[in-house]
Design a protein around this ligand. Structure first.
Ligand SMILES: *[C@@H]1O[C@H](CO)[C@@H](O)[C@H](O)[C@H]1NC(C)=O
Ligand SMILES: *[C@@H]1O[C@H](CO)[C@@H](O)[C@H](O)[C@H]1NC(C)=O
Ligand SMILES: *[C@@H]1O[C@H](CO)[C@@H](O)[C@H](O)[C@H]1NC(C)=O
Length: 420
């Protein structure tokens, strides 16, 4: 673990390169100002941009500073292997502890995400902890959101362990978690709310994995709303629960249903409920008086069932990532992804008026390429008797650790924007 932070300090120290870069940027700004000045004050048409003589490497450096898209790239081999193991981190839950339950292959832990235009920085736990000193972070969503939180706990475990204080807040400590890092006064919470909006069982046969539920699309789920106001960072997500049979309500009236087979009810697509759930969640955050946090949308996390559906013997036994030629973002996954990103963009615009920030953790396409990252039959569910194969959650360590590399990088860029 040490080697990661040492590497980072040796190679990426912010002080090593900053001066030449600063001088260069100032020079560049002066050149640009001169050009703009010339353009404004000359009767000639403005110079086409490509005629400005800036060498391509210099140009790439500016791009790197300004707008490298860290979410576009590819998985590359990483012989160094993962940040942690199930022995260096003792917080891996059985559901995600694939090595403990006999997963035979290890290659799935030996890939890193490489953005096309830049490097995704190595996760530096000390840097993360300093950034969040005295602050709090909540993961709002389903068990895949909690999966990201578990990854973060392990990424930080090389520096320090938190105290489990869940019992102080809830009796349902399997679903609602709180961890406190005393030495950094940092709190992490998982607020379980798989639909983000209020839901209740509607099936006459009781609750099961595919039973009918009522969804109140205009009412945010109190389970997270009553807790979230004081958090500084909120990572919000939702996904697979929207595939089940659902009756949609607005203003307490049934407006239709999804996959429900009720004769006289209007069939609405699953995207409708998904869109409204995010719209309601974002609107609720905007309207909370004391909420000053930064909200991140972590986008839809695809599952990879092959040889059958999730409830019909499907599994996920691949041991290597797909290339982007082998697997494209399209179909219902694309639709889910676009739906939620549209709602985020709208929230971002409206949030600005209140000084609230919304950000994107764009994980859909990168995870689409990782059919090898799921527990399959090498995880043990909370529900001991459930023999289903898990191609939804992600092994720890594994590709989900990348989400927290994105998270830290995005938080750092946000700090930088604040300073400038
Ligand atoms: C860690 O994984 C190994 C296999 O790599 C397994 O034998 C062991 O039981 C696991 N330990 C824990 C604490 O999960
Ligand atoms: C559907 O039909 C049943 C039986 O006729 C009725 O009780 C129910 O209110 C109807 N539901 C809707 C949404 O119209
Ligand atoms: C699992 O199955 C056994 C035997 O069928 C039963 O006694 C037990 O209560 C079940 N456990 C759960 C968590 O459902």
């Amino acid at each position: 673990m040490k080697s990661y932070s040492t590497d980072l300090n040796a190679n990426n120290s912010p002080h090593t390169h900053s001066n030449p870069r600063k001088v260069f940027l100032i020079a560049l700004i002066l050149i640009l100002l001169t050009i703009i000045h010339l353009c404004i004050h000359s009767s000639n048409p403005p110079l086409p941009f490509k005629k400005i003589r800036i060498s391509s490497t210099v140009y790439r450096n500016i791009e790197f500073e300004k707008k490298c898209d860290i979410f576009t790239g590819k998985w590359v081999p990483n012989p160094k292997g993962p940040y942690y193991t199930n022995t260096s981190c003792n917080l891996i839950i059985d559901q995600q502890n694939c090595m403990k339950f006999g997963r035979p292959d290890t290659e799935f832990m030996k890939w890193r995400w490489k953005p096309d235009e830049c490097e995704l920085p190595i996760f530096n736990p000390l840097q993360f902890l300093e950034l969040v000193r005295g602050k709090s972070m909540a993961f709002v969503g389903d068990s895949v959101g909690r999966n990201q939180m578990q990854s973060l706990l392990c990424l930080l475990a090389s520096v320090t362990y938190p105290e489990d204080i869940s019992y102080k807040y809830t009796s349902n400590t399997d679903y609602f978690k709180r961890w406190f890092y005393a030495d950094y006064e940092f709190t992490i919470a998982a607020l379980w709310s798989p639909f983000l909006v209020e839901a209740s069982d509607a099936d006459t046969n009781g609750h099961s994995l595919n039973s009918l539920m009522n969804l109140y699309l205009d009412k945010a789920d109190e389970a997270w709303v009553r807790e979230v106001e004081s958090f500084d960072y909120v990572i919000i997500s939702a996904g697979h629960w929207f595939f089940r049979p659902l009756i949609y309500y607005e203003k307490n009236q049934v407006i239709g249903c999804h996959n429900c087979n009720i004769q006289n009810m209007t069939a609405l697509p699953k995207y409708y409920g998904y869109r409204m759930a995010f719209r309601t969640a974002f609107r609720t955050l905007r309207r909370l008086k004391k909420y000053k946090g930064i909200t991140f949308l972590r986008t839809f996390s695809p599952s990879h069932f092959e040889n059958g559906d999730w409830n019909k013997g499907g599994n996920c036994v691949r041991t290597r990532p797909f290339t982007s030629q082998e697997m494209k973002l399209d179909g219902y996954i694309m639709e889910f992804y676009l739906t939620q990103v549209e709602e985020l963009k709208a929230a971002e615009k409206q949030g600005k008026r209140k000084g609230l920030k919304f950000g994107l953790l764009d994980t859909t396409e990168i995870m689409l390429l990782r059919p090898d990252g799921h527990p399959s039959n090498y995880g043990h569910s909370l529900h001991q008797n459930m023999t289903l194969t898990d191609c939804v959650h992600w092994c720890l360590p594994g590709p989900i650790d990348t989400w927290n590399e994105f998270l830290l990088d995005t938080m750092l860029k946000n700090e930088k924007d604040d300073v400038n």
